[in-house]
Design a protein around this ligand. Structure first.
Ligand SMILES: Nc1ncnc2c1ncn2[C@@H]1O[C@H](COP(=O)(O)OP(=O)(O)O)[C@@H](O)[C@H]1O
Ligand SMILES: [Mg+2]
Length: 289
């Protein structure tokens, strides 16, 4: 399968030639496929935010390229405009970027910039509000009037209103309570499931990544240290621990059980999978007896 976005030997150096010079990314190769959910994990400072800001040409590679359907996104003004419409980027704490006087205007900002006809803008505002669980009665309210979770959903709706083929989110659940985290994740998943868009999600939570991502990339010191399915990534428990990243609690429990001689079938990283594995074990014993 051809990737929709291809990151090739991407390096990024901040403030080159000054005492503040920082190499944030070095020689990163990573592909993003149509319709997949890719989780990006890594310690603070590992380069996650720098990496994803390259995906819609918000910042430019120091060297290397980002290709959208085989074409360098930084090739021309035209290619930059195109990628901005097709790859939507939700910043960390995006609610700080709400600035219009009503929720409706804030969600409409992106589609308006795309110069879409008025009725199409209206259709997209309502559609994006629905995906993000923003009730219609909120549309005429001022954004600053809303709760933290509501503001976050309005900000995400503003990007979804551009109907991106790739939706990229930088720690979209950060700072919310468990209920709020769950709701945001459901919003993102409903956009993914209904439109077939690819989702790239930066998260601190191994469980969240494992539960939802088909593939994960682990960044360390600006390089991709590990990538693959969650099972493949979590099979490198020691390497993850050395990077200061915890494997999911249930994966650790499964490891401990294994050392005690209880071998669970398959890889376990969520509570649900632990329950299934224990049930299967129990079933196996019942069959044997
Ligand atoms: N605007 C910037 N100017 C200078 N250095 C930066 C800037 N943004 C990030 N960095 C540095 O680049 C490295 C990677 O940061 P970042 O991409 O924000 O990582 P993460 O999102 O994984 O925490 C860090 O060393 C950070 O201090
Ligand atoms: Mg970051």
């Amino acid at each position: 399968m051809e990737p929709i976005l291809k990151i090739e030997k991407l390096s990024h150096v901040y403030s080159p030639g000054t005492p503040f010079e920082t190499t944030a990314l070095r020689d990163v190769d990573l592909d993003i496929y149509k319709g997949e959910i890719l989780g990006i994990i890594g310690h603070t400072g590992s380069g996650k935010s720098t990496l994803i800001q390259h995906l819609n040409a918000l910042i430019k590679p120091t060297s290397g390229r980002v290709l959208l359907n085989g074409r360098d996104i930084n090739e021309s003004k035209q290619s930059i405009r195109e990628v901005r419409g097709r790859v939507g980027l939700v910043f960390q704490y995006p609610e700080y970027q709400l600035f219009e006087e009503t929720v409706r205007k804030d969600i409409a900002f992106g589609p308006k910039n795309m110069k879409l006809p008025a009725e199409e803008i209206e259709r997209r505002v309502l559609e994006a509000a629905r995906f993000c669980g923003v009730e219609e009665e909120l549309l005429e309210r001022a954004p600053f009037d809303l709760s933290g979770g509501q503001k976050r959903r309005v900000a995400i709706a503003g990007v979804i209103a551009m109907m991106p083929e790739v939706l990229v989110l930088d720690e979209p659940m950060a700072g919310l309570d468990p209920r709020g985290r769950e709701e945001i994740m459901e919003n993102i998943l409903s956009y993914h499931d209904e439109t077939g868009a690819a989702i790239v999600i930066v998260t601190h939570s191994m469980e969240e990544a494992a539960r939802h991502a088909g593939r994960m990339a682990v960044l360390e010191h600006g390089t991709v240290a590990l990538s693959g399915t969650p099972e493949e990534v979590f099979s490198h428990g020691e390497a993850l621990r050395q990077m200061g990243l915890a494997t999911p609690v249930m994966t650790d429990v499964a490891d401990k059980l294994c050392k005690l001689g209880v071998k669970l079938p398959g890889t376990v990283y969520t509570v649900e999978q632990m329950v299934d594995a224990l049930m299967a074990l129990e079933g196996g014993r019942a069959d044997a007896s």
